[in-house]
Design a protein around this ligand. Structure first.
Ligand code: PHE
Length: 328
């Protein structure tokens, strides 16, 4: 048996080290080490030997097996190296020592994200914290609790996407305020922001846009607090510019106003709406309107970005045109 093994070993080593390719190498591996391979069958033959012989031959066979494995791995490595070297030689222009190329330009922050983060930063500084809610909303929170019962004409101010039944895509971020007030007691000082949806499409309207709202509720909150916060925000965003509160109407605030900012020769431009929370809204969320008062304001993020960066078409925010986005 020993002679047999010796013979196999010599033959195998020769064949493995001169195997011309990986396919042949794999065939040899199966031939010697596979389930029905030569070495395996020799191992099976051990059964017919005496215990001493078995021990001795077993050790020899296992050693040979390890040797085969090492030789095969080494040849495999050689063949791989050869193949790579051949490929490199085949393409003489390739200099693997050259530094890599950058395939794409570094990205930039979308103006909507940028303005959102900036506004949050400015409002956090005066005590606001974030609240959030779903984009798919209930009529009850988007309209009803905000003093817009079914058939209320003010619903026409917001061309709504109805999903079906009492479910719709929120038309503003105000329902987040309802949800938060229902869950928490005053004092409250929150910002809600995110996507809102209205069935509109022209130069100044897209079916989806972003709003940011602030709500502050406590005892003795007055219009002066609202003006203080809004003035702070406008100044932080646009520098020292005149701000004007122009009387307006929202069902959920009373009194209500539009916030206008004076931009040099562009004149007065509206950046959002605001007002003192309507008693009906407090009633809907179970707050005592004799004890508490509050203000709310809502801003269009794209509108602020347009003013800050001189963008003239609102739709360009969402067309993913790199020529536009690269400017940021
Ligand atoms: N939710 C209002 C809108 O989308 C904006 C607003 C918010 C107005 C808060 C007043 C107070 O039209």
């Amino acid at each position: 048996m020993i002679d047999n093994i010796k013979r196999i070993k010599e033959e195998a080593t020769g064949r493995i080290t001169s195997a011309p390719d990986v396919e042949e190498l794999e065939r040899l591996r199966v031939h010697y080490l596979g389930k029905k391979g030569l070495l395996t069958s020799l191992l099976h033959q051990l059964k017919s030997l005496t215990p001493e012989q078995r021990k001795e031959m077993g050790a020899v066979l296992n050693e040979v097996k390890t040797e085969f494995e090492t030789t095969i791995t080494a040849r495999q490595q050689q063949l791989d190296d050869q193949r790579i070297n051949q490929e490199i030689e085949k393409s003489p222009m390739l200099d693997v020592t050259l530094p890599g190329q950058f395939v794409s330009e570094p990205g930039s922050i979308h103006p909507v994200t940028r303005v959102t983060e900036e506004v949050i930063e400015h409002l956090k500084r005066v005590g606001f914290s974030l609240a959030s809610g779903p984009e798919i909303e209930l009529d009850a929170y988007n309209f009803e609790a905000l003093n817009m019962p079914a058939h209320h004409p003010a619903r026409d101010m917001q061309d709504t996407f109805y999903v079906g039944g009492p479910v719709l895509l929120r038309t503003h971020t105000s329902p987040v305020q309802i949800r938060t007030m229902k869950n928490r007691k005053p004092p409250l000082q929150i910002i809600s922001h995110g996507k809102v949806y209205r069935s509109d499409y022209d130069q100044t309207h897209t079916p989806m846009f972003h709003q940011m709202e602030g709500l502050m509720v406590d005892e003795n909150i007055s219009l002066a607090d609202l003006k203080g916060v809004v003035n702070h925000l406008v100044k932080a965003l646009f520098g020292s510019k005149p701000v004007r509160f122009r009387p307006s109407y929202f069902p959920f605030t009373e009194p209500s106003a539009e916030i206008d900012v004076h931009f040099g020769n562009l004149g007065w431009l509206e950046i959002g709406g605001c007002g003192m929370v309507h008693p009906k809204v407090f009633e809907a969320v179970g707050y005592d309107y004799e004890k508490y008062s509050g203000f709310a304001f809502g801003l269009g993020i794209e509108r602020i970005a347009m003013l800050k960066y001189g963008i003239t078409d609102l739709r360009s925010f969402f067309e993913n045109d790199l020529r536009m986005l690269e400017q940021f």
